[in-house]
Design a protein around this ligand. Structure first.
Ligand code: AMP
Ligand code: MG
Length: 407
């Protein structure tokens, strides 16, 4: 057995993958196209926010030191351009939420504490504190402060922050370009009927769906034949135009397991097998700056391999500070038989009435049984051992979806 065929512990395999996954270059992208991208630089606020003292209430702008029981209303300041209004003793300005505070005012009395009498307002509030109901300049963000750091994913609130500070375009990491290739002469398209011996390609669609929330650039997705020359030239082309090439199938011990052979010719192979279940035959190679993952053909193995190795690599290349999902501890709800490798059983992870995280696995865990993912939102990780895992025991898990609530 060569060192390449040595079964790697999943943690060692991930270390190898991540050591080859380097953040891509930066590019400038207009703000309205930045959702789902990753910030390439720290963002420093170019100005204070709010840029002027603003009312947080609908009410009257007054001077807190003025004790007049009623005041003359000299005008209305809406949110918008500053009007030529001033609060002098005995005067008040009607003011709306978000409107700039007029000169001479140092507090806003909320409308509920006032009463209108013709062109006057009567204040029904015993004490007015200077600064009351006012958002001072820079109270949300001080000019010069770091508001977002490089490696942060840009979601709704980050977009909002960038917009409010006038940062457009935005410096982000380039998105990894990815190809997805299903290999196997048995594969037909999902909308085709099945001749004897054929199956429908599901891996390509599963992987594309798994890639979707990562906002990658899909350069090519299709099927590759079990023919050495054709498959090799397809891989050559994809290596030339992609940062990451994903294949499924063709990596176990059969005669037609061509991916293994082609990767050996076209790329530098780093490992071929991982000490895990499902998905032991997982090839990882690099060709120049392109990463190649030869995922197993069995649909469950392909998806688990994607989660454990491909996703962290893509996130790291895409600039995310945190590439991996955190590991959590969950209580098993039932006994589970260990296997001879580190098992990654599909499970439903829930928070029970006592606030504890509990997990139940999802029936038969065969590597071809995609239905074992149905109803699951995570993987429980069960290393091999002599004795069964027992109900109530605490084990490691990764949450892949939304946490469920149970009683
Ligand atoms: P292989 O790794 O090519 O030997 O494939 C292992 C098993 O996975 C075989 O039963 C294949 O038919 C199945 N398989 C391979 N590729 C796919 C695919 N794209 N979609 C669904 N099943 C597949
Ligand atoms: Mg095959």
């Amino acid at each position: 057995m060569t060192d390449l065929d040595r079964m790697r512990h999943p943690a060692e395999a991930l270390d190898i993958v991540l050591s080859h996954a380097r953040p891509l270059s930066l590019e400038s992208v207009s703000l309205d196209r930045c959702a789902g991208r990753v910030l390439g630089t720290d963002v420093t606020a170019p100005e204070d926010h709010p840029p002027f003292p603003a009312s947080t209430m609908d009410g009257f702008a007054v001077n807190a030191d003025d004790v007049s029981p009623w005041r003359e209303i000299v005008g209305v300041q809406n949110a918008g351009p500053v009007l030529d209004l001033e609060v002098t003793p005995g005067m008040a300005v009607r003011i709306m939420t978000g409107a700039p505070l007029p000169p001479g005012a140092n507090a806003v009395v909320r409308i509920e504490n006032t009463e209108l009498a013709d062109d006057h307002v009567i204040i029904h509030q015993e004490n007015i504190t200077p600064g009351e109901n006012i958002r001072p300049v820079g109270s949300d963000i001080v000019a010069g402060s770091t508001v977002l750091s490089a490696g942060t994913g840009i979601g709704p609130s980050e977009i909002g922050l960038l917009a409010s500070l006038g940062i457009d375009p935005v410096t982000v990491y380039r998105r990894p370009s990815v190809a997805v290739i299903s290999t196997g002469d048995e594969l037909v398209e999902p909308n085709q009927s099945l001749a004897p011996g054929m199956i429908r390609d599901s891996n390509r669609f599963s992987l594309l769906a798994a890639l979707e929330p990562l906002h990658m650039q899909i350069v090519w997705a299709g099927k590759g034949p079990d023919q050495r020359d054709l498959l090799e030239s397809l891989l050559r082309e994809r290596i030339a135009d992609c940062d990451v090439v994903l294949t499924t199938g063709g990596v176990s011990m059969g005669d037609l397991d061509l991916i293994k052979a082609i990767l050996t010719d076209l790329a530098e192979v780093h490992f071929r097998r991982v000490f895990m279940k499902p998905g032991k035959p997982l090839n990882f190679a690099t060709a120049g700056s392109t990463l190649l993952f030869g995922l197993p053909g069995n649909p469950v193995s392909a998806l688990v391999g994607f989660e454990l190795f491909v996703r962290p690599a893509l996130r790291k290349m895409g600039g995310y500070r945190q590439a991996e999902r955190p590991r959590i501890l969950v209580h098993l709800l039932h006994d589970v038989e260990p296997t001879d490798r580190i098992d990654h059983q599909r499970a439903c992870i829930a928070q029970n009435g006592a606030g504890e995280l509990v997990a139940s696995t999802t029936g038969a865990q065969g590597s071809s049984r995609l239905a074992s993912f149905t109803g699951s939102n995570g993987l429980v990780i069960l290393p091999p051992r002599e004795t069964p895992y027992i109900a109530g025991e605490r084990v490691e898990a990764v949450l892949l979806g939304d946490l469920v609530r149970s009683e």
